[in-house]
Design a protein. Structure first.
Length: 269
């Protein structure tokens, strides 16, 4: 993992995510960080140019200030630069990450305070849905901690492509962190973890954990994360047909706003 994109709106959540990204990149080593700010101008035609110029200048000042704060913490060959773009935030983030071949988008999330439903339209969640690049969502108020254990929560479908877990493998190796693979099943004799998962994690310390279905999968994952003492949760976002999207509420989407630790979303192509 050599290129990480960190979108920012200069909020406290975004700045916490930047701090986390600097620490993660320093652990990985030789990473190019890019701080990306986007802005939109909604004004009358006669005011458009002046307003746009003002917003860009203000963004430049804030980006430079943010970089100045974190530069002393850059280690192990990590560098940081910035981009300021005008247009739709979600489209710009996802397109910029794809065109410039970033390995990861790292973003902060809003605090749900038990009302996670109202945040389903947030920028982070919209990027998660649209991005072809893996997304690492850092919960509001989360304080960086070295990754000692990783939980990979997975369903029975396994992995269609072993390269899907490349970001997970990079982080596991950087921290020498074992991976605990979690799977909830209705019946042990019929369901299980697909062998492709074991193959994809070869070379990493990993273990498999099964649980009979007794509660909502989100609650089961949260309980396992707590019991395991993990600092990173990883899930796979599946491609679904139209009808499935209409009638199926993605557990991955819900987890963005209920997990207490950073969540890495690996998107299946």
């Amino acid at each position: 993992m050599k290129k990480i994109l960190i979108p920012t709106d200069f909020s406290s959540n975004a700045m916490s995510a930047l701090q986390y990204g600097v620490s993660l990149a320093s652990a990985l080593g030789e990473v190019e960080l890019t701080l990306l700010h986007t802005y939109e101008v909604h004004s009358n035609a006669g005011m458009f140019v002046s307003v746009s110029d003002f917003m860009k200048k203000d963004a430049v000042d804030q980006v430079l200030e943010a970089i100045k704060k974190v530069e002393p913490r850059l280690q192990n060959g990590v560098t940081i630069d910035s981009q300021i773009l005008r247009g739709n935030t979600v489209d710009l983030i996802t397109d910029f990450a794809r065109r410039n071949q970033y390995d990861l988008i790292l973003m902060g999330t809003q605090g749900a305070s038990g009302l996670q439903e109202i945040f389903f339209g947030s920028t982070t969640n919209a990027v998660l849905k649209q991005s072809e690049v893996p997304v690492l969502a850092v919960p509001a108020g989360y304080r960086y901690a070295p990754v000692e254990k990783i939980v990979l929560a997975i369903d029975e479908e396994g992995l269609s492509d072993q390269s899907l877990v490349a970001p997970l493998v990079s982080i596991s190796k950087a921290y020498d962190a074992p991976v605990c693979v979690f799977h909830q099943s209705a019946a042990f004799d019929r369901d299980g973890i697909d062998p492709s998962v074991d193959a994809a994690l070869s070379g990493l310390a990993h273990s498999f954990h099964y649980e009979l279905e007794k509660e909502q999968v989100n609650e089961s994952i949260n309980s396992f994360v707590t019991d395991c003492g993990a600092q990173l949760l990883v899930m796979v976002r599946r491609q679904r047909g139209f009808l499935e999207e209409v009638f199926h509420v993605s557990a991955t989407t819900r987890k963005v706003f209920s997990t207490s630790i950073p969540l890495l979303i690996l998107k299946e192509c």
